[in-house]
Design a protein around this ligand. Sequence first.
Ligand SMILES: *[C@@H]1O[C@H](CO)[C@@H](O)[C@H](O)[C@H]1NC(C)=O
Ligand SMILES: *[C@@H]1O[C@H](CO)[C@@H](O)[C@H](O)[C@H]1NC(C)=O
Ligand SMILES: *[C@@H]1O[C@H](CO)[C@@H](O)[C@H](O)[C@H]1NC(C)=O
Length: 691
Amino acid sequence: MGSGAVPKLFISEGSNCFPLILLLSVYIWSCFHGVECQSHLPLPNHEVEALRRIWLKLGQKWYSSTDPCTWVDPTSNEVVPGNVTCGSCDGSHCHVISIIIRRQNLTGSLPDEFGSLKHLQVIALTRNYLNGTIPVAWASLPLIKLSLLGNRISGRIPEELGNITSLKELVLQDNLMGGPIPTSLGKLINLEILHLSGNNFRGELPKALGNLKNLTELRIDGNPLSGQIPSFIGNWKMLKQLDMEGTSLEGPFPSSFSELESLNVLMVSSIKGGNGEFPPLENSRQLKIMVLRNLSISGALPDYIGNMANLILLDLSFNNFAGQIPKSFGNLSNLDNMFLTNNKLTGEIPKWIFTRGQHYDLSYNNFNGSDAPKDYCQIGYVNLVSSYSSTDSNTIASCLRRNNPCPVKPKHHNLFINCGGASLTIGEDEYEGDENIGGASDYHSFDEKWAYSSTGRFVHNVDNEPFIATNLSVLNMLNPELYMTARLSPASLKYYGLCLHNGNYTVKLHFAEIMITADEAYYNVGRRFFDVSIQGEEVLSDFNIAKEANGTGKAIVKTFDAQVSENTLEIHFQWTGQGTSFIPHKSVYGPLISAISVTPNFKPDTDESKLSTGAILGIVAAGCVVIALISTFIWFHQRRKDTENKDLGGLKLPIGYFTMSQIRAAPGKFNLENKLGDGGFEPLYKGASKR
Ligand SMILES: *[C@@H]1O[C@H](CO)[C@@H](O)[C@H](O)[C@H]1NC(C)=O
Ligand SMILES: *[C@@H]1O[C@H](CO)[C@@H](O)[C@H](O)[C@H]1NC(C)=O
Ligand SMILES: *[C@@H]1O[C@H](CO)[C@@H](O)[C@H](O)[C@H]1NC(C)=O
């Protein structure tokens, strides 16, 4: 043990407590030199030496003055702080059995020396800043749990890891690992938890994984794993949780899915290929969370979903489901969240949808029925934007119709939004405030000028999910106030420019990464990716703000042209399962947008007149010609009739005056104002925004 370091600690505490120091030093010395301490037998010398080297390599200071077996992470504010646990005691010694060090910004590479702690069952070094590869030397340990979540570990999973047959938990999520998943992992027959999400693993899932009969949780999101969704998934009869968002696996879902009777959580998104069929889940009666998003599934919604009595969250958004919402869905009394966004559903929207007070999102569908809302597109927590097929603006609210058309005469030619923040002025541009806290199925529109629609839930962090990010420190950039807040979404976020004059616009999207910051080293491990489409066309794919901006807390503005032909501009931000999702904490992923500006690439009309300058000039010129003609006529008339007639001088003025007042007032403006008076400036009600 580093006995030289013991005095170092106490020097700083002053010299008054010398007797205490002496006592403690003797105690600590004796602990590590074979004398039995109160709490445990001593560690063998080679374990103490191994620990000393490990702490040195990890750049840790706490070791030197403390009995390592009683170390509890002093800086942790977690409920159960990281610690070192000793046990497996035989006649004369105890051994290190567990080392847990979380969020300590440990640097350096993973030390080989863990391999000399021959009784080690738990290594958990989550959310640090460790690099290097997993040492092969660890493969001889009797590990039960190995968690390296949220570091910078690179390289492959060593083949030898398959020898740790005691392993129940292997968590490598959110690192920089790659290569294929070794076949040898199929030997880990006791494995229950395998979290590999947020890495760069490639190739097919090896067949041997089908041997993992005790597997309860598998997460492989965001890895470019290829090949078909394997049918051996059906072997995992104990499987409770399967997360595979954003992999390169291909459909269809194998028929063996029907064996997954224990499944509680199924999250699959953005997988290509397949036959458009719904996975065979009729036996998965225990499901609480079912996410099958963006998978091109077509056909009717299966009736049997209505039998999954525990279902809390159902996300079938961005598919091609047709037909009606089955009656059986009404039985799902625990269903707090239902996202049927962006399908082709028809028929009437069942009444229970509106009476539950839950987050249901039915936006972008083809519903019909005579009882469509006439005013609202957000009723309670139900989002209905673009949910109806009707185009009849007299019977349904305009925002219910496809593409959210403008209900009045278009009147805007630019738009500035400070996403997630207060209204502010930068130069001449007045950025609209966007401070609504947001939600899982949220539509809000503002004065027929703009709107947003947000769909999805941060599933792993439902109690504390943010839809707005706020930066707490100082940002160094041009116009930092634009970047202090941002709107977030776990799945899909659309911003609309409403009632814009048709034409070509410049759209500027302002981004800065303010969640995955440099505050703590381990924050830097996070990687955010999302896609952006404008007017239905993808303009950014797997966009990574921090990478594009050369760092976190830095601004990057992306500029695009957009053609508005039906008075509505749509900017769509979407998550497809890429990147890390637990760094710096759970549920940091998906779209983040700081501000939006939309300016015309044409010379806009003024609001006072809907006539072009050319037209006004034309009318004025025509008026002048008429006046000139009349004047000439009168002049001739006067001259000819000379003195005999009445005063006609007043005639000029009425003609001239009438023409000019027509130019100012008539073209559309009165119409527009009338319409606005009818319902344009209605207030926003709690939970219901009116269009
Ligand atoms: C050490 O950590 C483990 C796992 O978090 C916990 O079960 C145990 O109670 C902790 N021990 C102490 C002494 O805090
Ligand atoms: C690991 O990080 C340290 C700094 O923390 C650096 O000096 C070292 O070169 C890195 N090693 C690898 C293999 O990347
Ligand atoms: C699997 O789990 C069961 C029950 O939890 C346990 O008895 C068994 O030892 C575990 N391992 C294997 C290989 O079945």
